[in-house]
Each structure stands twice: as structure tokens, then as C-alpha cells.
Design a protein around this ligand. Structure first.
Ligand SMILES: C[C@@H]1O[C@H](OP(=O)(O)OP(=O)(O)OC[C@H]2O[C@@H](n3ccc(=O)[nH]c3=O)[C@H](O)[C@@H]2O)[C@H](O)[C@H](O)[C@H]1O
Length: 465
């Protein structure tokens, strides 16, 4: 019997088919493979190319395409939520449930030690257990968001919280947290977690089932950032919470397209405001107008990326929603783009000094490891709590002022946030935010820290394999 420490682990990675989820699973696969762990990666065929390019450090990784069963309401060939409407994404969860037989058959052949699964596949623990495989719930969300949103104490006795309840932290929440409450519009948005679509289980039921039945929970987190929330969740879920570390992305490969590199290159270092809301977060017309004028008011150069729901024509939406005469007025110092951009390369560009974003967790980490000051404009779900963590607990970002009832922000709220972290940098809060950003950047770029977390995680996996 090989010593535990010599055991060559083999794990399967099985993320939800959304790039905000696939990315962290790819990053974890790269960190584990550097520790000698063998990787097999499950996803729908249309996602394989992007996963393959992300698994650069894991050339031996086996990517196994899982065709999505044809279900009414889904379009063949649309394999990630980035190409789907929210309604289609709900149908995709049901289609994933129908994949159990093919997943079971492949796992029975692969016989990995572990399968890392996501919130959407709560049936994995039972299916894996029947094959003698251990199931680990890998949460791509910040632990603060998991602690605040789905702690079991929130739904004792199958009682569903109402908006008032969701505005407050759950019972026993870390008392030193910067969160004393969240705004009404944010709590209303979080009620989505408890909503059933076409009779399917709500997100919180799927997540809770997976968290309850898994062998252990693996989180994209480190004690330094989220220690109190990790302890709170481990107590609440009565499960070991294993830390993968912050999963800092490897330096982006390749070069930025000339059109962006040349445009950015004409501005002084750290002067450009980059504004993007990730792969699946969209602003409405009024928000776009206030955001655009707010960027214009700063007088700083800016690169604004705006995307629109899959069912709309992005280019015509862009023309329709931008303010009258806006593009003419900002000619030469502002560009607006719709569609995918190489975000990690843009954030790493020497001219970019500020990132106004949706507070997506992967995106926030990417800004922290670059010299991009954070202006946070969370739009949904975990983003509200990520923003609280970074701007509240870590004080490494500026949370843009919002009206409590409906989340409204105005052009002045946008320009105030950007000026605080980019112009009035000798005054508070910009001064402290920039100092803390620098401190967290050094921490996150400490390769030893990342390796320590990865090595400790693998050692823990070997003890439970
Ligand atoms: C858990 C999920 O995380 C998400 O945010 P996150 O930033 O992690 O993911 P994306 O913004 O989609 O971005 C995911 C990855 O795609 C990259 N990217 C994105 C857009 C683009 O144009 N170009 C890029 O290179 C980006 O750099 C990041 O690495 C959301 O909060 C979602 O609500 C939440 O459920």
C-alpha cells in the first residue's frame, strides 16, 4: 500500500457551465496539477476550447466533453450561460440533472479519488458514493457570500427568509464583519436564491443539499481575507472547509490586440479607467446613461465595456442606450466596446489604473494583483457581499454610493468614486484604499502563500482519499 504522502491523486473537475464558475475550477486544476495531481475536466463541448487554453499549466489534463441533453427551451450548441437568457440558464440546470447516467458511467471508468462539483449538481455526492468516489463541493463564491446568504440558520424549520430578514446578517454571523446590514434592493435581489423556476429546486436548496452531503467543502479563499467567515461556515454546515487559497490567476498569456494596446498606450501610466461587468452582468438603460456621463465628468480616459442579454442585438443596444452626443464629446479619450475582451491583459496594461466593475470575485482578484484601483458597482447575488468584503473588511476598494430602495446611482456617484481613488489620492478614503490595495497585491502575489495553500490542500486530500 503506497504511503499516503506518495499517493498520486486523480480528481475530476465538474463546474456549472458558466465562465464565472469554469474559471475558478480551471485555476484550481492548475494549482493542483503543480502539486502532482492528475486532472480530468468535465464540461459541455462548446466550452472545451476556452477551458483548454486556461489549463495551460495542466497539459496532461483530460477534458471530457459532456453533450447537454436536448431539453425544450435550450438551443443546441449553446453550452454556457454566457450564451443564454436567464430562463434558459434555469432550464440548463434541469438538463444537467438529466446527465446523471452519463456522468455515472464516465466516473465508473475513470475511478478518480475525488470529484469536485458545483452548486448545480447536488446529486453528485450520492452518485459518487455508489462508486466509492468522494465528492467535494468546490464553492467559487466568496465565503462571506456563502455565510451571509445560505447559512442553514437562515432557514430553520424550512422557514424561508423575507426581505427584512435578508437585509440583516444571519444569527451568529461574525461580529467583527463590516456588514451590519445590506440595502433593501440587494436583499430583494438575493430572494432569487429561494425562488423555484418551473417547479425546479431553488438555488439555495441545490447548494444546501450539496454542502450537506459532500465529504468536505473546498473554498476559493484564504484565512487572511476571510478567516471569520470560514470558521462561521464550518460551524454552520458542520463540514470541514478546505482552503484552496485565493486562486490568483497565472499571469495572462499572449498579447493584447493591437487596437486596444495602441489605444491604451497613448495615455500616461495608470491614468485609464477600465470598466467591465463580467461575462453575465448587464446594466439597464438608465444605469448606462448615468455611468457614461459619470465617466465623462471625471475627465479621465476610459475604456467602457457594456454587454447585453443574449436575446438582444448588442451593437444596436449600445447605440440606443448611450447618451446623445456622448461618443462625440469623449472622442479621443473614451472608447466603448461590446463583447468579450481579454480582461486580464487589459488590467495588466501599464496605462490602466482603475477598474470599475460588478464585484465579480474572479474579476476583483484580478484587479488586486494589478495596479487597478477598485470602484465597486455590484449588480446581483454574491457581488453585493464581495463588494462589502473588499470595500468594508479589506478597505481596498470604493463601493459606489447607491440608493437603498432601488439601487439607483447617479453620474456624480460614479465620478466621486473614481476621483477618490484616482485623483484625490492624498485625501481619505483614497489614501487608505490605495495603501491597502498595495498591501493586498503584495500578499496575493506571494507565490509561497499560494503554494502553501495548494500543498496543504493536497495533503488534506491525501488524508481523506
Ligand atoms: C461566481 C460568479 O462570478 C461572476 O463574476 P466573475 O468576475 O467571477 O466572473 P466573470 O465576471 O464572469 O468573469 C470570469 C472570468 O472571465 C474573464 N472575463 C470576463 C469578461 C470579459 O469580457 N473578458 C474576460 O476575460 C474575467 O477576467 C474573469 O476571469 C459573477 O459575479 C456571477 O454573478 C457569479 O455567480
Amino acid at each position: 500500500m503506497a504511503q499516503q504522502s506518495e499517493l498520486k491523486l486523480h480528481v475530476v473537475m465538474f463546474p456549472w457551465f458558466a465562465f464565472g464558475h469554469i474559471s475558478p475550477f480551471v485555476q484550481l486544476a492548475n494549482k493542483l496539477s503543480l502539486q502532482g495531481v492528475g486532472i480530468s475536466f468535465f464540461s459541455a463541448p462548446g466550452n472545451v476550447a476556452r477551458i483548454k487554453s486556461g489549463l495551460g499549466l495542466t497539459p496532461k489534463a483530460e477534458i471530457i466533453p459532456l453533450p447537454i441533453p436536448q431539453v425544450e427551451g435550450l438551443r443546441p450548441g449553446f453550452d454556457s450561460t454566457a450564451e443564454m437568457t436567464p430562463a434558459m440558464a434555469e432550464v440548463l440546470k434541469k438538463a444537467l440533472d438529466l446527465m446523471q447516467p452519463q456522468v455515472k458511467s464516465i466516473l465508473s471508468q475513470l475511478k478518480p479519488h475525488f470529484v469536485f462539483f458545483d452548486f448545480a449538481q447536488p446529486w453528485i455526492p450520492k452518485l459518487a458514493c455508489e462508486l466509492g468516489i468522494k465528492a467535494l463541493h468546490f464553492s467559487v463564491y466568496s465565503v462571506i457570500s456563502q455565510a451571509f446568504c445560505i447559512a442553514p440558520v437562515r432557514t430553520t424549520g424550512a422557514k424561508i427568509p423575507d426581505v427584512e430578514d435578508m437585509m440583516k446578517p444571519p444569527k451568529g454571523f461574525p461580529s467583527n464583519s463590516a456588514i451590519t446590514s445590506i440595502k433593501r434592493f440587494q436583499a430583494e435581489n438575493l430572494m432569487y436564491l429561494f425562488k423555484s423556476f418551473d417547479g425546479g429546486p431553488p438555488v439555495y436548496v441545490r447548494a444546501r443539499e450539496g454542502l450537506t452531503n459532500c465529504t468536505a467543502v473546498v473554498v476559493k479563499a484564504c484565512r487572511e481575507m476571510e478567516g471569520p467567515y470560514i470558521d462561521y461556515c464550518a460551524t454552520q454546515f458542520q463540514k470541514p472547509f478546505l482552503l484552496a487559497g485565493p486562486l490568483v490567476p497565472d499571469p495572462p498569456k499572449g498579447v493584447l490586440e493591437d487596437k486596444w494596446a495602441n489605444w491604451l498606450g497613448q495615455f500616461p501610466a495608470k491614468s485609464v479607467v477600465f470598466c467591465n461587468f463580467g461575462s453575465e452582468t448587464f446594466l439597464d438603460e438608465d444605469q448606462i446613461k448615468e455611468l457614461a456621463i459619470g465617466l465623462e465628468l471625471t475627465g479621465l480616459p476610459f475604456f467602457l465595456v457594456l454587454n447585453f442579454p443574449a436575446e438582444l442585438d448588442s451593437q444596436s443596444e449600445l447605440t440606443r442606450t448611450l447618451p446623445e452626443g456622448f461618443m462625440e464629446r469623449v472622442e479621443g479619450r473614451g472608447i466603448v466596446h461590446t463583447g468579450w475582451v481579454r480582461q486580464a491583459l487589459i488590467l495588466a496594461h501599464d496605462s490602466v489604473g482603475c477598474y470599475l466593475c460588478h464585484s465579480g470575485f474572479s474579476s476583483v482578484i484580478e484587479a488586486l494583483v494589478n495596479d487597478c484601483q477598485l470602484a465597486l458597482l455590484p449588480q446581483k447575488g454574491d457581488q453585493f457581499l464581495n463588494s462589502k468584503l473588499v470595500a468594508g473588511d479589506m478597505k481596498a476598494g470604493f463601493e459606489i454610493n447607491r440608493r437603498g430602495e432601488d439601487g439607483y446611482f447617479g453620474k456624480d456617484d460614479i465620478s466621486e468614486a473614481i476621483k477618490s481613488v484616482m485623483v484625490d489620492v492624498e485625501k481619505e478614503p483614497g489614501k487608505t484604499i490605495r495603501e491597502n490595495h498595495k498591501k493586498w497585491k503584495e500578499f496575493l502575489l506571494n507565490g509561497e502563500m499560494e503554494n502553501k495553500y495548494a500543498a496543504e490542500l493536497v495533503a488534506q486530500l491525501k488524508t481523506i482519499a
